[in-house]
Design a protein around this ligand. Structure first.
Ligand SMILES: [Zn+2]
Length: 219
């Protein structure tokens, strides 16, 4: 008696369900394919080796002597630039090499240090900063600038173009330029004009002097 009553139902239900589950399987396959493609698009460039080191120049005016320094707790390879002569505040910050601006904004918080109030409240992080992509996985970073950067994201810059003015925004004790060179996601020893800076550790204080060869190209 129960047999005839119940036979039709599951069949009907199944016949309705089958196309739907097939559609879901197709959808899942598409999602999986998209995920694999997405991972490939992200991972393949990551695995590609970096290009040759660009001929970086010091991020300051051609011919000037600057102090390059680091201190315990800074971070390996990070370099702080201080001029050896003249006013520090507002000095031009220059692109070390040609590239495309990928960051131009505020890192952390600005704080309140400026030429009128050099001991104002200290900010956090890098303050006004710029990051430039030089291609081949090479990047440079410029921190603690006085005012909003003079460049915008996506802008192409040439070596020696002014990108900002030296300041003390963010977590900065005194006006200076904090500078880094990166290969991929790694910070590396800074090189200028084809020569390593020698600043490779923050285990001890180091103070060097170098002359900038970030000079305009001779036409
Ligand atoms: Zn620094």
């Amino acid at each position: 008696m129960l047999g005839p009553v119940t036979t039709g139902r599951p069949t009907t239900a199944r016949s309705h369900r089958r196309p739907r589950s097939r559609a879901i399987r197709v959808l899942l396959a598409l999602v999986a394919a998209a995920a694999v493609l997405g991972v490939a698009v992200v991972a393949v460039p990551m695995l590609r080796p970096a290009g040759p080191r660009p001929l970086f120049q010091m991020p300051v005016t051609c011919g000037e002597t600057w102090q390059l320094s680091t201190y315990p707790g800074h971070d390996d390879y990070d370099v702080d630039f201080f001029p050896t002569e003249g006013e520090t505040w507002g000095r031009p910050v220059l692109a070390s090499y040609a590239g495309t601006v990928t960051v131009a904004g505020i890192n952390g918080s600005l704080g309140g240090r400026n030429p009128e109030n050099p001991d104002g409240p200290r900010g956090r992080g890098g303050g006004y900063w710029v990051k430039i992509d030089h291609g081949g996985k090479w990047e440079t970073q410029y921190l603690h600038m006085l005012e909003p950067p003079l460049v915008t994201v996506g802008q192409k810059v040439a070596q020696g173009d002014q990108i900002g003015r030296l300041g003390s925004t963010g977590n900065s004790g005194a006006p200076h330029l904090h500078y880094e060179q990166r290969r991929g996601w790694e910070k590396v020893e800074t090189h200028f004009d084809g020569t390593p800076s020698g600043i490779t550790t923050d285990e001890r204080e180091q103070i060097l002097r170098r002359v900038s060869n970030n000079c305009p190209a001779v036409p």
